[in-house]
Design a protein around this ligand. Sequence first.
Ligand code: GDP
Ligand code: MG
Length: 364
Amino acid sequence: MKLGIIGLPNVGKSTLFNAITNAKAEIANYPFCTIEPNTGVALVPDERLDVLDEMYAAKKLTRTAIEFVDIAGLVEGASQGKGLGNKFLSHVREVDAIVHVVRCFVDDDIIHVNDDVCPARDVDTINTELILSDLDMLERRIEKTTKALKADAKYQKELDFLQKLREFLSSGSAARSFVCDEEQAEFLAASNLLSAKPVLFVANFSEDDFRNGIDDNRYFEEICLVAEAENAIVIPTSAKLEEEISQLSKEEKKFFLEDMNLRESGLETLIKTSYVTLGLISFLTAGPQEVRAWTIKKGTSAQSAAGKIHSDMEKGFIKAEIINYSDLIACGGMAKAKEKGLVRLEGKGYVMQDGDVVLFRFNV
Ligand SMILES: Nc1nc2c(ncn2[C@@H]2O[C@H](COP(=O)(O)OP(=O)(O)O)[C@@H](O)[C@H]2O)c(=O)[nH]1
Ligand SMILES: [Mg+2]
């Protein structure tokens, strides 16, 4: 699972990426600094693991992770090959979801490709390029499907869908907002259109604005309106501040966040929200050897979930012993939970829930 960080040049993408992954993407006040995409791995924060770790006095704690790709800035005309146009777009095509960074900080020393700070216009610039690129692709697909239809009538539905979608995109809307029936949803999923990918917005504020609170900030209001229209979430942050926080020790960080009246850093919120945007959940395994989180797609069955741990567990699946984390904690431990009959035996078709603490029974 990969998230691509996109946005105009100089909006703070690489700064955010560095904060997320603590990696060293090149940062400079230069629009095309990040030419090759940088990929980094971020651990998914999950306090439940820390609690379980303590409960079991486990030898090892293993978090789960997601991948972030720092994609170089898109510019107007990218779909026509401007800037590093097509290259950028092909990087976007490879990710599962998009983190769209929008500049909400004013700094005359840092070039803004569109001259001034204006979140709505900037988002529109990027969206337009994604949509234009999608329209190009749709055009080619419509041509192909029209030919295929001559040989086989089964392509009629697909062609109708593609034409409807073309009309929709031509009006400036992103494919993700297209209202689909089940069959159309399958066509759409297979299309791999850029504007169909799930998106979340990161509003990047100056350190001062962020510290002082951005509730009345006009840029924040502006980006929230844009996001609302796309049914997307906005995460306010200050990439620069996050980068500083990411270099602190655990204790320093806690102190720092308390000082700012924050429960967690914007980054932690971002990683967690990204996880949800990707449609991912975690199940947990816990014992004295290891406490661990495992990533699965929402809707995964117990048997497939077992396969995440080991293919033998999936093949030889018998039952899953499951208790949800919150029930386990409410009971104060596994022994009490069993006594109360709260540990359930579930079969292979059980749909896993976020926070399920699981022990798989299997045959080899
Ligand atoms: N004043 C200010 N500068 C920032 C902020 N975030 C990033 N920058 C600066 O903007 C420039 C471009 O940042 P970078 O992360 O490389 O942008 P990218 O082109 O989107 O990857 C760098 O000089 C950063 O230090 C911010 O929140 N406030
Ligand atoms: Mg960059």
